[in-house]
Ligand binder design. Sequence first.
Ligand code: GUN
Length: 299
Amino acid sequence: MAERIDGKAIAAEVIASVKEGTARLLDEKGIRPGLAVIIVGEDPASEVYVASKSRMANECGFLSVKRELPAATGEAELVRLIEELDADPKIHGILVQLPLPGHIDAKRIIQLVAPEKDVDGFSFVNIGKLRTGELDTAFLPCTPAGCMLLIERVRGRDLAGLDAVVVGRSNIVGKPMANLLLAADCTVTIAHSRTRDLASVIGRADILVAAVGRPEMIKGEWIKPGATVIDVGINRIPAPERGEGKTRLVGDVEHAAAEKVAGAITPVPGGVGPMTIAMLMVNTLTSAYRSAGMEPPSF
Ligand code: GUN
C-alpha cells in the first residue's frame, strides 16, 4: 500500500515557516509582506479561491488587500489598478484571479503585473527564468512549486536521472512542472490528450504528475510499482451511492487501484490543493525579502 502524501500537513508546516519569516522581516526591517488579490466578476469557484488566499495572507501576518471588481469593469480600469499596485511599495505580490470576463484580454493583463511582483509566476520574464534555470531570482508558479516540494519530501532533493512523466501541458501546471523536473535533472516526458499509448508512457514513470482535469482517467494498472504519484486533478463527479444529487471529488488518477501499486500518492482532496496556497504565501514572502535586499528563507 502506497504512502499517503499528506499535503495538508506539509502545507501547514510551510505556513508555520512563512509566519516565522514574516516575523523576522518585520523585526529586522520593519517590513510587512503585502499581497494584493484582484477578482473581476462573480465566478463562484474563483470567489472561494480568492477568499482563501486573502484569509491565509492575513493568517501569515501579511498586509492582505482584496480588490473585488464588478463583471462589467472595463479593461482600462483594470490596467489602472494593476499600474497602481505595481507602483505601491507596500505591495510585494499581485495576483489577478483567472479566468477574467471575456471582454478583457487576460493575456495582456497578466503581462502588466511587474515581474518582481508576479507571485503567480505567469509573466514572460518568470517563465523565461524557469526555462533557463534561473530559479533563484524567478517566481515559480504555485501549483508546480508545491508539487515539487511534495516530491522532494518523498524522494529527497536529489532527483537526478529519475524518469518523470507529466500528463497535461497547460501553462499553469503541465509546462512549468516539466521545466522544474528538468531543472532537477529528471528525464522528463510531457504527455497530453493526443499522446499515443499513454499507458506505456506512464509505465516508465518513477515520478508521475497528473494534471489533465479528467476524472480518474489514469488507471492504476498503468503505474510503475513504487512510483511517486502526484494528482493535481480536482474533479467533481456524481456520487449517487451517497444519496440523490450528491457529488464527490476525485483526481485524475484512479486512486483506489493506484495506491495498491504506487510507492507514494497524494489524496484528492488534501494533497496538492493546500500546497498551492502555501506556495503563494512563500512567493509573497520571498518578494518582500528581495525588496528588502535580504536573502529569502528557502523551503
Ligand atoms: N485560477 C485558477 N488557478 C489559478 C492560479 O493559479 N492563479 C490565478 N491567478 N488564477 C487561477
